[in-house]
Design a protein around this ligand. Sequence first.
Ligand SMILES: [Zn+2]
Length: 287
Amino acid sequence: MQKVLLAIFAHPDDESFGPGATLAKYAQAGVAVHYLCGTRGEMGSADAEHLQGYADAAEMRWAELTCAAKELGLAGIHHVGFRDSGMAGNESNRHPQALAAQPVETVAARIAHFVRRLKPQVVLTHDTIGGYRHPDHIMLNQATLMFFERMRDFTAFPDPEGLPDYYPQKLYYPVFSRRFLRFFARVLPLFGRDPRKFGRNQDVDLLSLTNVDFPTHVVIDTAGAPAEARARASACHESQLAGGPPRGGLMGLLVRLLGQRDQFMQAYPVVPEGEKMQSDDLFEGVA
Ligand SMILES: [Zn+2]
């Protein structure tokens, strides 16, 4: 059986700044790891210096993603087909192609199509608050969840190419320690930083993220080659690294400070509240 892992995140860089080391670890173990990217990162930082040689920000960021995918050892990168949205309230969120502006069903149907094409046993996506409340992240969480909820209903999501149904067995969210986040939010003011205005665009409210807790079900040790691959892949996203840590780098920063391990919450099948689950393999129990 060829093991296939499908990561579904919103932007070129979420794969590397997020659980990049885990993706690299599975790729290094022979798993076919695919990245399904919601947008082409149209709204990311685009300094003239980095844009040189590219038609626009999207082309530049897809080239950076191609570089990162090579470093992580990914089997393929794919585009869900929508456009990057800004944080809540941003003008660009009203663009007709904005990912965050689509009906959830439309996005879920696209996800269904890629799942049928790639046949992953295990899927990763953003958590229910989109990590740091980015509207595109939240949209992909809702759409992926909708696909898992309806995938066995054979009238849901008819395939445009007539591909047969396929059912992944597991869905996980990358999560990070809330205890540490609370500590981090308390320490920031000591350095003259406002934890409610974190990130280069000062649009991440760290305090509001400390109130939502996610259980950790799987911990992946990424020390060594996987962590090194992640560092090289992150460096590919050069345009997003200029001028301080990017928003998407928040999780990466926490991961760096927390040591070389990635944490995941199992979202499907649902782990009953209070039930202890502790694993070191996203494929545990996969038939
Ligand atoms: Zn993102």
